[in-house]
Design a protein around this ligand. Structure first.
Ligand SMILES: Cc1cc2nc3c(=O)[nH]c(=O)nc-3n(C[C@H](O)[C@H](O)[C@H](O)COP(=O)(O)O)c2cc1C
Length: 170
């Protein structure tokens, strides 16, 4: 887990209800496109985002297994919807209601992903905050979480109820 610091207690809710935060990545999650709303809300210039891994906006409060679930879903070529707490460049928080969608070449191979995000309601944010705290607490201290390997995170995810959501046939 990339540990982005510092974290403030301020919430940036400057995104309007009629706006979308949009980004595109390559197949590894490196940002290839960021729209103006993304840059404005996250507090980055476009040039600071393009070419960076998307965990540049990762908030340490997001549970590890949430992103394991997300990647396990989109790498199967499916769409993933979720509530994500993000970190602005200055450490503030912005919440998004995101849909991530894979893009394919003519042979059906995934070439990248795009994400569109609306502003969630305060209730959605409160509910997600409570759920993510439970999931995070089960993952251990920040120090523990920071040092877990991808394999360890995947095992935790596989043993969680989230796995069945990405593998309904299993
Ligand atoms: C199209 C796309 C959009 C993404 N958007 C976000 C995002 O807004 N916030 C975020 O924290 N991670 C986002 N991710 C997931 C990151 O790639 C990464 O898995 C996550 O930040 C966890 O990072 P970590 O491996 O450092 O824990 C996105 C991934 C893709 C493919």
């Amino acid at each position: 887990m990339r540990l982005n610091q510092p974290i403030t207690q301020r919430v940036n809710d400057s995104m309007r209800d009629d706006e979308w935060i949009c980004s595109k990545t390559d197949a590894k999650g490196i940002i290839t496109y960021a729209n103006e709303v993304f840059c404005r809300v996250a507090g980055y210039a476009e040039a600071e985002l393009i070419g960076q891994p998307h965990n540049i906006v990762r908030h340490p409060d997001m549970p590890l297994i949430a992103f394991a679930w997300c990647w396990d879903t989109i790498e199967q070529g499916k769409e993933w919807d979720g509530l994500v707490k993000n970190r602005c460049k200055n450490g503030d928080t912005y919440w998004v209601d995101v849909r991530m969608t894979p893009e394919f070449d003519e042979n059906g191979k995934i070439t990248g992903y795009f994400a569109v995000r609306r502003k969630p309601t305060p209730k959605q944010c409160q509910d997600a905050e409570a759920l993510y705290k439970q999931l995070r607490d089960a993952e251990g201290s920040l120090e523990t979480r920071k040092n877990l390997t991808r394999a360890q995170i995947f095992t935790m995810y596989k043993n969680s109820p989230l796995y069945a959501l990405a593998h309904p046939e299993a």
